[in-house]
Design a protein around this ligand. Structure first.
Ligand SMILES: [Zn+2]
Ligand SMILES: [Zn+2]
Length: 421
């Protein structure tokens, strides 16, 4: 084997790609019901964009970004997540001048230099949405509803929704100080990453997966006790909107998002489809990011779905049918081969998946191939059939044979496949 794909970067092959297409199409259908339109941003951005938005003391920026200098010596980074680019585009194209809210969705690959022993991919896919221009708590509830509808439509079971509020720039600093004080007391119990950065980014410790850190933060002060009146009102109204929409949820005061830009609402949706609880999507508000990027003050909220995780959970129970040819021609002799070649083209233009064996194979091996690729209909054509203007039609499932005249072929096939669904 001369060339192999890079570690952590994988091919997605058929028939699994059919499942991806189904999930992506369902996302497009559901998101458009809620007024979202697709935005496509580039994979490459200036490195600064991600450092400023995600935060200097996050794992992503500290160790996971694919960053390099281009030939002109500019530092570029392959996007590790979707939000920063969408915010950049929103400001760059003055989309705030359109009537609010502006609602976008995106889907595509993201890149992080993850440690391979975790089984994580370095090129992975996210489907996400962003809403700009509304701070109404109902929007946050609507987003969660849309996410749940999408996940249910693709067939994911055992969904649970967890929500939290992480406050705003007026109430979070007070909480931050108290948290630093608490962490400072037990600093020797924290992992080396957390020891190094807790004073700059204490909320990140609450997200740390290292067991000793998890143990120590169990008794840490919780943000909900520190919310200002406005944040409290927002959080309460958000929860009552969830109730009005009939969404079951749990408040998890320990859930903070690792990225620096979140404010107020954060949420996560998990599934118990494979036994353990797996997070499939997460999101939250980021009311200050647009302004920090030099845009006008613009509240915003969004989420992202981890596609590999979602596909893995669905793959267990959802078998997408492979797209085999509906009709395969088997030809006997040169003249028949020519007739078949033209008919394949004609059937395709009529919207039927038609195929023939273009090797000069024997009838027996053409039949074997038609059977192997799972073609439900085989049309056999030889000298005799050409002379009489007919085909031998073979229904492979029912093992039935009959003759069809050339003139009625297209109509007959269309009826046949309509009847079959
Ligand atoms: Zn607040
Ligand atoms: Zn830690």
């Amino acid at each position: 084997m001369k060339y192999r794909s890079i570690k952590g970067v994988q091919d997605i092959l058929p028939p699994e790609t059919f499942l991806w297409q189904f999930v992506e199409q369902t996302a497009r259908d559901v998101f458009s019901l809620y007024g979202f339109k697709e935005i496509r941003t580039p994979i490459l951005e200036f490195t600064e964009l991600f450092i400023r938005s995600i935060g200097e003391t996050t794992d992503i920026v500290e160790k996971e970004m694919y960053t390099f200098s281009d030939r002109a010596g500019r530092s570029l980074t392959m996007r590790p997540e979707g939000t920063a680019s969408v915010v950049r585009a929103y400001i760059q194209h003055s989309l705030n001048q359109l009537p609010p809210p502006q609602k976008f969705y995106y889907m595509g690959p993201m890149f992080r230099y993850e440690r391979p022993q975790k089984g994580r991919l370095r090129q992975f896919h996210q489907t996400g949405v962003e809403v700009f221009g509304l701070d109404a708590p109902e929007v946050d509830a609507e987003l969660i509803e849309m996410l749940v509808v999408f996940l249910e439509r693709v067939g994911l079971d055992g969904l649970s929704v967890e929500v939290n509020s992480i406050g705003c720039s007026s109430c979070r600093p007070g909480y931050r100080d108290r948290l630093i004080e608490y962490l400072n007391k037990g600093v020797s119990d924290l992992c080396s990453d957390c020891q190094r950065r807790y004073s700059q980014n204490p909320l990140r410790v609450l997200d740390c997966k290292v067991p000793t850190c998890k143990e120590y933060v169990k008794d840490a002060p919780v943000i909900l006790d520190f919310l200002c009146e406005d944040c409290k009102d927002h959080f309460n109204a958000f929860q009552s909107a969830l109730k009005k929409l009939g969404i079951t949820y749990r408040v998890n005061p320990e859930m903070v998002r690792g990225l620096d830009y979140y404010t107020r609402t954060t949420f996560e949706v998990t599934s118990s489809a494979l036994g353990a609880q797996n997070a499939v999507a997460a999101g939250g508000r980021y009311d200050r990011l647009v302004e920090e990027f030099g845009g006008p003050p613009t509240p915003a909220v969004g989420f992202a779905v981890g596609m590999e995780r979602l596909i893995a959970l669905l793959k267990e129970k959802t078998q997408m049918p492979d797209q085999c040819p509906q009709v395969t021609f088997v030809s006997i002799g040169d003249e028949a081969r020519e007739v078949a070649f033209q008919l394949v083209s004609r059937l395709r233009k009529e919207g039927l998946r038609a195929d023939m064996d273009l090797r000069s194979a024997s009838v027996k091996s053409q039949m074997r191939r038609a059977d192997k690729v799972g073609s439900p209909v085989v049309l056999i054509i030889g000298e005799e059939e050409i002379k009489r203007g007919v085909f031998k039609f073979k229904d492979m499932k029912a093992s039935e044979e009959r003759e069809i005249s050339r003139d009625e072929l297209i109509g007959f096939l269309k009826d046949f496949f309509n009847r079959d669904g």
